[in-house]
Design a protein. Sequence first.
Length: 75
Amino acid sequence: MPHLVNKDFIKLIADGSNYLAWAMDVKIMLLANDFINAINEPNPEAPVSEAAKLTTLHFLRYYLHSNLKNEFAME
């Protein structure tokens, strides 16, 4: 598997002001690495492995502002 976490784009800012650009970048990166199914609607005919889910979660958390990571952890 290629090295997934690198600085290809900026993190999501805590106030969300760069959300649209960030979301587009995330979607492109997940599509390119074939992890988009981990965040799509579940498909019983094509289940997503736990490894793919965890890799996707790790990737998404990497590109969050630290304040948002803390909020996420509290949930």
